[in-house]
Design a protein around this ligand. Structure first.
Ligand code: TXA
Ligand code: MG
Length: 328
């Protein structure tokens, strides 16, 4: 299969592919998604094949409006508040599903994750498709989520008919996933919409903690977000340089990924470092892209560990998975 890449001029053609039961990669403000008609079981199954993804991990369903969300889920009052405040945007709300949603979308759960993306091309694509779109991130399973069309191409070339290129994703990590389907709101996956932001609108929000049998959110059961080369985190610049020296002595070609302030220190001392920007929002925007680029050029990645407040909590959630929790 030849994989076509184009910008907004291929949206209509891609929507036709979706209506025919095909799958298409499209940009969102978080990461690229690999979409299928959420109401077409056979189409959704093609996503598992292309991604090599286990089928007990549920997909998010993407729509443009609350009215469209109500066709697939029971939208509670709290959910309406969250959608009205943060959608379109980087948040997914898990709600009780309606019977119209096939089991293969929700991994047999009685709930469905609903998201309204804010990327202009995502919205246009959803409008043209006219059906809810089930979409995981458009990477091969276990790899870092793609934040550029080229990264989707690197993973899925030849496996899907088309990729809509909407440029680099603004946010850079996957949406916050909050479940409003149980007794209390639980954040299943932290992201750019933080616990603090959600707490301004609904009460009793907590972060998920506990053991997972079925995977209620990505990375809880399966390894996710991993670069193809070893990756560790550092807390102090000295720690990073010691690790770098050690790996270099082993004959490796390491790279450090850090915020600008630390990067200046490393560069002044002759250590190779990629600058992730001057604050945590820039860090979030850059991290997946830089992991993807560096895993091709280097064979050992050392990333700056962040704190636990605000968006840093979500970024650290991904970094701990990338590194298997190893901090030097
Ligand atoms: O930003 C994003 O969320 C991107 C873009 C494409 O929208 N999508 C994304 O999808 O990251 P994915 O499949 O890589 O991660 C979505 C995760 C699922 O793995 C799942 O665990 C959780 O959201 N999820 C979806 N439906 C759920 C449900 N019914 N109950 C609990 N968790 C759910
Ligand atoms: Mg994913």
């Amino acid at each position: 299969m030849v994989t076509k890449i184009g910008k907004e001029e291929i949206i209509k053609e891609c929507a036709e592919l979706i209506k025919k039961g095909e799958i298409v990669a499209f940009p969102t403000e978080t990461v690229y998604g690999l979409g299928a008609n959420a109401l077409d079981e056979n189409a959704v199954k093609k996503i598992f094949v292309a991604k090599n993804r286990p089928s007990d991990n549920p997909f998010i369903v993407h729509v443009n409006t609350i009215e469209d969300a109500e066709k697939v889920a029971f939208v509670t009052e709290d959910a309406k508040k969250i959608f009205e405040k943060f959608s379109p945007g980087p948040i997914t709300v898990v709600l009780k599903k309606k019977p119209i949603v096939p089991d293969c979308v929700t991994a047999g759960l009685d709930t469905v994750g609903i998201r309204m993306p804010s990327h202009r091309l995502a919205q246009e694509f959803l409008r043209e498709c006219g059906v809810p779109i089930a979409a995981p991130s458009a990477n091969v399973s276990k790899k870092v989520s793609p934040t550029e069309a080229q990264f989707v191409y690197d993973d899925l070339n030849g496996k899907i008919p088309a990729i809509i290129d909407g440029g680099r994703c603004d946010v850079g990590i996957e949406s916050t996933v909050i479940s409003l389907a149980g007794d209390r709101p639980i954040i299943l996956r932290p992201g750019a919409i933080t616990k603090e932001m959600l707490e301004e609108h609904i009460t009793g929000v907590s972060n998920f903690s506990g053991k997972v049998d079925v995977a209620p959110a990505p990375g809880m059961k399966y390894v996710h977000y991993s670069p193809i080369v070893p990756c560790v985190l550092y807390r102090t610049t000295n720690g990073a340089m010691t690790e770098y020296d050690l790996r270099q002595a082993e004959g490796k070609n390491p790279i450090i990924l850090a915020e600008s302030e630390d990067c200046k220190i490393f560069n002044s001392k002759g250590y190779n470092c990629v600058d992730l920007g001057k604050d945590s929002n820039q860090f979030m925007h850059e991290i997946f892209a830089k992991l993807r680029i560096c895993e091709k050029k280097y064979d050992y990645i050392i990333v700056q560990a962040l704190g636990n407040e605000g968006v840093e909590y979500g970024i650290m959630n991904r970094l701990l998975k990338s590194s298997g929790g190893v901090i030097v």
